[in-house]
Design a protein around this ligand. Structure first.
Ligand SMILES: NC(=O)c1ccc[n+]([C@@H]2O[C@H](COP(=O)([O-])OP(=O)(O)OC[C@H]3O[C@@H](n4cnc5c(N)ncnc54)[C@H](OP(=O)(O)O)[C@@H]3O)[C@@H](O)[C@H]2O)c1
Length: 334
């Protein structure tokens, strides 16, 4: 079977496609024939050598879906033929996060999914929702679970609230879809006019172009009659100061990412004076993933995918993400 591995080079890692023996299931494991992998910003940063951890020689990418082709002794949770996706942290099954769970991420701590076959613990898999293709199911483990954890599990989102999402990347588009299905109003930003148009085509009509409107927090406040939003899905990092200004008194900021940079320069007093709740969100557990799948199934949510690449084009898929040409998720078909 073929698998990509990260080879250390100056300034990061090179993607090398290698031939390797197909994995055999150990007791408690299932072998999954991977049909599709999706990219996350983390995979890009990892490849650029800026994520830390021991990426050298690892199979990259946390997110993949496929069908079970073999099971080891004692496996009861899945069977041959099941359509499954891997969970991001292989050892965070339920309950609160743990240090051990935090050290079990695919495509970083452990070998990832950019391979024709992988062997994973039966506990590190969820069934793919029936209404989703393999490509769609492959987009869920990191970005969708993060958005779900941020808004629903931690944020306790309820109908009638307002949610601000920043940019049109994977996490933000899932957050927008989850919020809308939950009955919330969505305000979405993007730096590109063409992406604003795509947001509108999808029915997300409350939009702000953060390049045309650098004081986008003021626009958000004015769109909410001065009140601010109940939840901010904060994927920007450097955007935090404006996110704090966009939040309503008593609002919730889910701190998730750093696509805009890491020099936060924030004034903590707006957190205090507005009685804000800030949540650090690092993906989520298998239990979160399973509850989210029920929600996606009920609401027939289909992930937004804008880049589709073949297995031999994995390098081009990474370049597509680096150029931020995508809208929603990028998928590599295997
Ligand atoms: N904590 C976690 O568990 C977790 C999980 C997943 C992701 N993350 C992090 O969350 C961030 C987003 O991840 P992702 O996979 O969704 O990334 P992504 O799909 O690569 O999203 C990139 C998008 O971010 C938007 N963006 C860039 N600069 C921006 C700015 N200054 N203001 C607002 N939007 C901006 C752009 O959208 P437009 O072109 O539309 O402006 C760009 O296309 C990353 O930092 C990632 O590491 C964290």
């Amino acid at each position: 079977m073929r698998a990509y591995r990260l080879t250390a080079v100056t300034g990061g890692f090179r993607l090398d496609l290698r031939h390797e023996p197909a994995p055999q299931p150990e007791p408690g494991q299932a072998v999954v024939r991977i049909r599709a992998v999706s990219l996350n910003y983390r995979d890009l940063v990892m490849r650029q050598g800026q994520y830390g951890g021991a990426a050298a020689n690892k199979i990259p990418c946390s997110d993949g879906a496929g069908d079970v082709v073999a099971v080891g002794d004692g496996v009861t949770r899945v069977k041959v033929g099941d359509r499954v996706a891997g969970i991001f942290m292989q050892r965070w099954i339920s309950g609160p996060p743990t240090p051990d769970g935090n050290r079990s991420a695919l495509g970083g701590d452990l070998d990832g999914m950019l391979a024709e076959q992988v062997a994973l613990s039966e506990h590190g898999l969820v069934k793919a929702p029936d209404h989703l293709s393999f490509e769609e199911a492959a987009t869920l483990p990191c970005a969708a679970v993060t958005a779900w954890h941020a808004l629903v599990e931690r944020g306790k989102l309820v109908a009638g609230q307002t949610v601000l999402v920043l940019g049109t990347g994977g996490v933000s588009m899932f957050a927008a879809q989850i919020a809308r299905a939950a009955g919330a109003r969505v305000i979405a930003t993007s730096g590109a006019a063409a992406k604003i148009a795509r947001l509108r085509d999808l029915g997300f009509t409350d939009t702000v172009n953060y390049n045309d409107t650098p004081d986008w927090d003021k626009a958000v406040k004015s769109m909410t009659a001065g009140r601010g939003v109940d939840h901010v899905v904060e994927v920007g990092g450097n955007t935090i100061e404006k996110s704090l200004k966009s939040a309503a008194v008593g609002g919730h900021i889910a701190q998730i990412g750093v696509v805009a940079g890491r020099d936060l320069g924030m004034n903590p007093f707006s957190i205090v004076l507005k009685n804000l709740t800030m949540s650090g969100i690092y993906v989520g557990s298998r239990e979160h993933f399973e509850r989210m799948n029920s929600f996606f199934t009920l609401h027939r949510i289909h992930p937004v995918i804008s880049g589709n690449f073949g297995f031999e084009e994995a390098g081009a898929a990474f370049a597509h993400m680096e150029a931020a040409k995508h809208f929603g998720k990028i998928v590599i078909r295997i």
